[in-house]
Design a protein around this ligand. Structure first.
Ligand SMILES: [Zn+2]
Length: 159
């Protein structure tokens, strides 16, 4: 039997998280911010993305939004049956994109480094699963310690 409790990963979803982590690591290897994402529909990874603030000097290419942009246009019906996997709790912008496209399920690697719009997602009926994955925590911990100013810029901290 599959574990269908709220908060539990479905079969295969840990593999999708690994794919998002690999995307995040690619970003870090390019000097960027290590946050990655993947969008999955019917068991197929439609595409991946990672934060490109540094690489593209972009204020809007976060892991999730870069993933959506890389995939390009999709029918509304596909978003409505898809799962977004992200290595870090989605910020307000990415939370908004998830709500806009009515993506019904979000898998989050961790939310210790940053807590985004999870409550808003839940309040709008989105299934939110927080894995609390150690490799995701370690990736962000290393990055924030190494480049604190870059991290603050990414989350809109004015200090
Ligand atoms: Zn974001």
């Amino acid at each position: 039997m599959n574990d269908t409790r709220p908060g539990a990963l479905l079969p295969g979803e840990s593999d999708y998280l690994r794919i998002a982590v690999e995307a995040a690591r690619q970003g870090r290897s390019e000097g960027g911010i290590p946050i990655g994402a993947a969008l999955v529909h019917a068991g197929k990874v439609l595409g991946t993305g990672y934060n490109k603030r540094v690489q593209l000097a972009s204020p809007i290419r976060h892991g999730e939004t870069d993933c959506l942009e890389n995939i390009g246009r999709l029918p509304a019906s596909v978003y409505a049956e898809s799962t977004m996997i992200t290595t870090l709790s989605p910020c307000d912008m990415c939370t908004g994109a998830i709500l806009l496209y009515k993506i019904p399920r979000v898998i989050i690697g961790e939310n210790r480094s940053f807590l985004g719009g999870e409550e808003l997602l839940r309040s709008r009926g989105v299934q939110v699963v927080v894995v609390d994955d150690e490799s995701c925590v370690a990736m962000m911990t290393e990055f924030i310690a190494a480049l604190p100013a870059l991290w603050n810029e990414d989350i809109g901290v004015t200090d």
